[in-house]
Design a protein around this ligand. Structure first.
Ligand SMILES: Nc1c(NC[C@H](O)[C@H](O)[C@H](O)CO)[nH]c(=O)[nH]c1=O
Ligand SMILES: CC(=O)[C@@H](O)COP(=O)(O)O
Length: 154
């Protein structure tokens, strides 16, 4: 992968990661991927704050608090919503997606969406560090680029 000059030249970023505990076996793998990417690109580990919430539905609330704190240059949100027997999956996925989207477009800092929404555990496993990559790593990558890009218009 080519790292274009100027995209990742300012590594004094302060990052918040808001992550849900539900399906923790998956979300911890997403977190590992996200932190791995951030550190590889020069973000100091002690400038990455992690906030754990009970489930994906609580992510938007804590993400908004993090934005309002004005401590961060960007936010990563991570979660894993796996379909069950009822329509609850649809409510949770729509809730978290709409909540993070609203933050993304109304906040002064970038907020990226790393909540995997899958039909079964295997699909979630594949997207958290197995053959389909790691969505946590990808979401952190998107944030680094968005912070760099948004700073060009400050
Ligand atoms: N089923 C999943 C949930 N459900 C819990 C909700 O996110 C929420 O915490 C609860 O409704 C209380 O407000 N959360 C996930 O992150 N993933 C799931 O698969
Ligand atoms: C995504 C969910 O809320 C889901 O895991 C809950 O499972 P169920 O629909 O069987 O209650």
């Amino acid at each position: 992968m080519t790292i274009y000059e100027g995209h990742f030249n300012d590594q004094d970023y302060r990052i918040a990661i808001v992550i849900s505990r539900f399906n923790e076996a998956i979300t911890t793998r997403l977190l590992d991927g996200a932190v791995d990417n951030l550190v590889r690109h020069g973000v100091a580990k002690d400038r990455i704050d992690v906030y754990w919430v009970p489930g994906a539905y609580e992510i938007p609330f804590m993400a908004k608090k993090a934005v309002q704190s004005e401590r961060y240059d960007g936010l990563v949100t991570l979660g894993a919503v796996i379909r069950g027997e009822t329509s609850h999956y649809d409510l949770v996925t729509n809730g978290v997606a709409n909540g993070v989207l609203e933050l993304n477009i109304t906040s002064p800092i970038p907020v990226t969406f790393g909540v995997v929404t899958t039909e079964n555990v295997d699909q979630a496993m594949q997207r958290s560090g197995v053959k389909a990559g790691n969505k946590g790593y990808d979401t952190a990558q998107a944030l680094l680029e968005m912070i760099s890009l948004s700073r060009q218009l400050d």
